[in-house]
Design a protein around this ligand. Sequence first.
Ligand code: F6P
Length: 411
Amino acid sequence: MKNLIVGQSGGPTSVINASLAGVYYQAKKIGYNKVYGMLNGIEGLLQDKIIDLDEYFTNKDNLELLKRTPSSFLGSCRYKLGTIKDNEKDYKKVFEILDKHSIDSLIYIGGNDSMDTVASLHDYAVLNNKKQNFIGVPKTIDNDLPITDHCPGFGSACKYIATTLREIIQDNMVYGDTKKTVAIVEIMGRHAGWLTASAALAKDETCPGVDAIYLPEGTFDIEEFVKDVENLLKKKSNIVIAVSEGIRTEDRKFVCELLDANLKTDSFGHKELVGCAEALGKILRDRLGIKARPITLSTLQRAASHLVSKTDYNEAYHCGMKGSELAYKNKSGYMVIMNRISTNPYKIKYESYNDIHKIANIEKKVPNEWIDTKNNYVTQDLINYIKPLIQGEVKQIMKDGLPQHITKKEN
Ligand code: F6P
């Protein structure tokens, strides 16, 4: 009888729980006995904080609720295991706990940093002849994992962003030529501009779209930005601009550091970015004397389960299922990937990649050829790449006019 444990790590998405549901459902179906969940990822596992997922999910209705619940049901962490040489204590502890519960397989659902954890545990197991195997299931709204065509969580965040931008664009036009207004919308994605690029999807025959898009891949020039806005305002009175939270000036400082030079750093060395739209709004107000409103989409863009993309939701579920299949076959150091067979009609294949070291800690950026030469918009190819990922809607389970979610019991 085999047992499996699953964890969630890093920033959540609106469909990361669909992957958890996929892991659980398939693991039980193919013959795992116990399917445990670690609370708060590897950080909780180190303290033996685990739950038996049967307690919740033998009930099919709960599994449906889980698929529609945003954030990470099991809780998350940003915990770096460190190298085996420098931190053997943590590794020994993890394996002690896995042995104690007779766990054979571990699946970690996460982004680049989480894949670093999978790679390190896999390496330790190989070096020390441990029986356990380790599998990564991708998730990240940032869409910056290499090798896979895209990542679960990204499509739904794009759908929310493009939808919300359409609403913001309508609102921002309200005073027309009587007042010049600029809305600056800050979008997550840290060092990769995939998510910010989805702002381009707002445009169609019913919506004029955003007027400029600034990705973190290039250098952000504040003088050029002010000039861009001035020029746009010569042509129209109301403009909307999408900016990545991670845009940096020539000296590699984040624009948000103009507001706060002492940003906190997480255990992977990432600065906690916030305040870019606010900083730019202040610059425009001071320099151009216009109304400039900063809008930070923040948590909303990754928690909007009422607006998930059905395509993304289904893919997240299937990636979870594939993770359990790989684990059951005793694969280790693998990550589930999606391979795009065609864009029109959209077709993908669920596959696996057998060397997680080539994925861990590596950020896939938006390629130059998909960024406009002036670095203030994206190309049609990038729009075509994202479009299939936002298709379809998922019916929420509603009660008293509000969506229902599932929350784990206090432990
Ligand atoms: O890792 C995904 C992500 O959502 C990034 O886009 C964002 O910069 C970061 O997480 C925010 O993380 P946290 O919620 O831990 O501050």
